[in-house]
Design a protein around this ligand. Structure first.
Ligand SMILES: [Zn+2]
Ligand SMILES: [Zn+2]
Length: 179
C-alpha cells in the first residue's frame, strides 16, 4: 500500500485512539487466501494470519491491503475485524475511484480509507453497527453509503469507545505493554 495512505492511517490511529503507532514491514501476498473462481481474497484466513503476526506488545494490529476481499456470504467486503479482538483488515481495492471507472482521486481514497479503518478498528474496541448513517460505525454496503458517513463516531459510539479505550489502556499499563 502506498506510503501516503500508510502515513494517513498512522496519523489517524494516533489521533483517534491515542496509541503510539508502529509500522511493520509489508507482508507477502496472502496466496493461501486467494480464490481463483472469484478472483478475490478470503478475509478469514488473512485475519487468522494477522492474529499470529501481531507483536506481543501491540494493543491492536491494523492491516491495509490492495487485495479485493470477500467472505463466503458477501460478494465483497471493504474490511473486516473481530469484535473485541486484536486485528482489523481494510481493503483499498474498492475505495479507489478507478474501481468505478472514474479518474484517480487521492483525497477521496484517503478519506474512505480512514473511515473504513476507524470502522474496523472500532469493532476491535467492541463497537457494533450504528443506526446513525453519518456515524463511522454505520454499515456501508456500497460506496455511496461509505461517502455519506462522516469520519467521526457519533456521540453514543464515541462514549462507548472512550470506555473501551480506558479499559484497554488500564490493562496494557497493568501488564507493562505500553511505554
Ligand atoms: Zn462493520
Ligand atoms: Zn454511532
Amino acid at each position: 500500500v502506498d506510503g501516503d495512505v500508510m502515513e494517513a492511517a498512522d496519523a489517524c490511529v494516533w489521533d483517534r485512539f491515542g496509541f503510539e503507532t508502529r509500522r511493520l514491514a509489508p507482508l507477502p501476498d496472502p496466496v493461501n487466501a486467494y480464490d481463483l473462481r472469484r478472483n478475490q481474497y478470503s478475509s478469514v484466513p488473512i485475519l487468522r494470519d494477522l492474529v499470529s503476526r501481531r507483536p506481543a506488545d501491540a494493543v491492536r494490529l491494523l492491516a491495509l491491503t490492495e487485495k479485493d476481499l470477500f467472505i463466503p456470504m458477501l460478494s465483497f467486503i471493504y474490511g473486516q475485524a473481530q469484535l473485541g479482538q486484536s486485528v482489523a483488515l481494510v481493503s483499498l481495492a474498492r475505495l479507489r475511484q478507478e474501481f468505478y471507472g472514474l479518474p484517480p482521486n487521492q483525497r477521496t481514497l484517503l478519506a474512505r480509507t480512514l473511515k473504513e479503518s476507524l470502522h474496523e478498528v472500532g469493532h476491535t474496541f467492541n463497537l457494533v453497527h450504528c443506526p446513525d448513517p453519518a456515524c463511522v460505525m454505520s454499515v456501508a454496503t456500497n460506496i455511496r453509503q461509505l461517502d455519506r458517513k462522516t469520519g467521526a463516531y457519533c456521540r453514543t459510539c464515541g462514549v462507548l469507545l472512550s470506555e473501551s479505550l480506558s479499559a484497554v489502556r488500564r490493562r496494557a499499563v497493568a501488564s507493562g505493554e505500553t511505554r
